[in-house]
Design a protein around this ligand. Sequence first.
Ligand code: NAD
Ligand code: MLT
Length: 534
Amino acid sequence: MANARVLVSDPLAEEGLAILRAAVDVDVKTELREDELCSILGDYDALLVRSSTEVTAKVIEAGKRLKFIGRAGVGVDNIDVEAATRKGIIVANAPEGNTLAATEHTMAMMQALARNIPQANASLKKKEWKRSKFMGVELNEKTLGIVGFGRIGREVAKRANAMDMKCVAYDPFITKERAAQLGVEMMSMADLFKVADVITVHTPLIAETKHVINAKSIATMKDGVRIINCARGGIIDEKALYDAIKSGKVAGAALDVFETEPPLESPLLTLDQVIVTPHLGASTVEAQLNVAVSVAKQCIEVLKGGSAKYVVNAPMVPPEHAEILEPYAQLAEKMGRFAIQTAGGRLASVELIYGGELSAYAGSMKFVTRLALKGLLDPILQQPVNIVNAEYIAKERGISISETVTEEAKGFKNLITLKVKTDKGEETVSGTVFFKGRSRIVAVGGYTMDMIPEGYVIVSRHLDKPGVIGRASTILGKVNINIAGMQVGRINPGEEAIMVLNVDSEVPAAVMEEIRSMPGIFTATFAKISSELI
Ligand code: NAD
Ligand code: MLT
């Protein structure tokens, strides 16, 4: 991390900057045009943004040294995550820091909308006293329809329940049971639209949620419905909303976010029934401190060679699984590095079988698979491979990947089996993790063994007859290469056998050639298992 440089291109709370400054060189340069950002980004290892900086594919291309892009907030729609993934750049956000700020803003907007507070405020400040004009509605016992029941949706529900509203929600990824614990009824979006008096959206803006509130869906809603968007512009079709308010179908809307920001040309701004704020959902002192500290800490971790807590372009693993699976991921990476070097050739397919107690983490094994792919690709590619781009690179190269989870573990408590096929041959390696994260490779090519997956290794297949092992040791001894450990295995005496030698130093190609030319040797390969040796 020595001499690492970080560019902060949107305003970030001082507490976050202080964390960065204590560890790296930091420049804060805001309101840069795309070309200005591109012209300086090549000198930086990390870029931290809020929502103003557009981190386009062109910007990412200019960031030749970039390892990390941090978003001080939730939405990463201003970052071309795919372009970053292709380049192995970690993109992380700070999804929890502004949840309560956005929740409270939503509640404030709902109440202001119900009681016409902004309009009444503006009127009185114009010296008017129009009490009947601003007749409101009560929220008590009204039905609140929450579209997107994630962090903010759930916090909104808690508060609305406390106000004696009836909450219903739609979210394809949340179970009915989870919602019921919060006193919320899950239903289809179509049903939600039919029963809700107030609808609030809390989803990301993705293809599935773009314009979910449109002319057609508005037509199915209750007459006089009120609509709130403190999530992302584009979830509501603004033209349809305008028409529906004009016709009286929709009684009013509260909007913090817009299809185009700032929405200066939007006809919605001309309607009395629409109340607006300039994307203020996360604008509290507390939230800005939280998100700045979160991205700053993640940035430093990544620049130190570690991982970030909220990576958006790597497989999602619940934090409690991540800790348990870490030693398996390290083993899988070493197995990958070992297997590709012993198999040789162009990688065609990769199969991973996770057995025994690992079957309890089936949903999280993609994380381990990514590390196995990193191990397989690292030794053969020039470009940096990491957990972010390993799968992308494998797929781009036409390598087929399969992952199976089973309770069977061949007598071990847990077992990872990696089968690779290349254009030159195939290799099967199995490994297990023992107590306190210690790992072993327990089988290679069907031969059982007990090998420490570290350092330098020679693997030979040879005829099981006296003298072969001794001659190999002599060749290594002549060039002063110390053998640290030896494993031999065979299926039937006198037939093919395997020898795995852990050695203390690199074995020159000429020495490997000498071993290969020994009588009785079928194949002999040299592999470096630890990543720092590659
Ligand atoms: P979250 O990821 O915790 O929740 C989003 C929920 O949307 C998830 O539960 C997900 O399952 C659900 N979802 C995904 N696809 C869906 C679909 N097709 N239909 C219905 N639900 C779907 O995110 P969050 O932290 O609750 O944030 C919600 C939104 O609020 C995001 O768009 C975020 O960018 C935005 N946000 C805005 C502000 C602001 O300043 N206005 C502040 C914070 C967050
Ligand atoms: C977010 O996605 O976190 C919010 O929109 C707030 C912000 O843009 O900073």
